[in-house]
Write a protein that binds this ligand. Structure first.
Ligand code: NDP
Length: 244
């Protein structure tokens, strides 16, 4: 796969880091399948990638639905003949203190951030094993390494993604490459999903200094473009000077 045009699947490609990753990897010559629920956004991104000379397609995807994720992977095989890289990027972050008991939001974080990643692994692994090569890139967060108030559940999901990624790496059997990318604050729509007014206000100063999503896309591109024999395991990327 070294330096070849790869087939790359990106979940949550309709905004933020996923969108930037799709644009970057398409510009690098890879062939992309973009998944998310907001398909009109995906269609617009696919059109722009095409106008710039890149190759991509859109697929409706809810990562919490295992059958949906299987059909996402199957669609990539049908269109491009193989699956080289899966970027498990889709995520949500409705922050609040545990005492508020926003159990529905906890469940959504667990479903999208953890179950979504597992659904991606379950769908892609058999295909990659049959090919005897493949690369799974999971997007965690600096919240996979440290916890802060209002972020207990979100960090819990990202600690889980980190643990699952390390387990997958250990089981990769020399055929798979496995990468965890953990961004600090990055420009995106992620904080728009915070419904708790206190957490929402606190985020304004916390998120004042942020990486452009293209910087995280560059980190993902670095891992993807390494030779087959080089497995980049973890990348933590923050805005310069960020304490968190
Ligand atoms: P955005 O909110 O901009 O993007 C999130 C993406 O996830 C959207 O494309 C959204 O698409 C998709 N998504 C949400 N729910 C689902 C679902 N059920 N099925 C499929 N797709 C879904 O945020 P970011 O770009 O910031 O987030 C990307 C990843 O980066 C997340 O995992 C996040 O936790 C992580 N991260 C972000 C940081 C930041 O500061 N921005 C820092 C650290 C980590 P749609 O709604 O169309 O389905």
């Amino acid at each position: 796969m070294t330096y070849a045009r790869k087939v790359v699947l990106v979940t949550g490609a309709s905004s933020g880091i996923g969108e930037a990753t799709a644009r970057r990897l398409a510009a690098d010559g890879h062939r992309l399948l973009l998944g998310a629920r907001r398909t009109e956004r995906l269609d617009a991104i696919v059109a722009e990638i095409g106008a710039a000379g890149g190759t991509s397609a859109a697929h409706p995807l809810d990562v919490t639905d295992a059958a949906d994720v299987r059909s996402f992977v199957a669609a990539a095989r049908e269109r491009y003949g193989r699956v080289d890289v899966l970027v498990n990027n889709a995520g949500v972050m409705p922050l609040s203190e545990l005492g508020q008991g926003r159990t529905g939001e906890w469940e959504r974080m667990l479903d999208v951030n953890v179950r979504g990643v597992l659904n991606g692994i379950a769908a892609a692994l058999p295909v990659m094993r049959a090919q005897r090569c493949g690369h799974i890139v999971n997007i965690a967060s600096v919240g996979a390494y440290e916890v802060s108030p209002t972020a207990a559940v979100y960090c819990g999901t990202k600690f889980a993604v980190r643990a699952i990624t390390e387990g997958l790496r250990q089981e990769s059997g020399g055929e798979l490459r496995v990468t965890l990318v953990s961004p600090g604050v990055t420009e995106s729509e992620l904080a728009d999903g915070i419904t708790d007014p206190v957490a929402r206000e606190a985020m304004k100063s916390y998120r004042a200094v942020a990486l452009p999503a293209s910087a995280v896309a560059g980190a993902i591109a670095y891992a993807v473009d390494q030779p087959d024999t080089v497995d980049v395991n973890e990348i933590v990327i923050r805005p310069t000077g960020s304490a968190q």
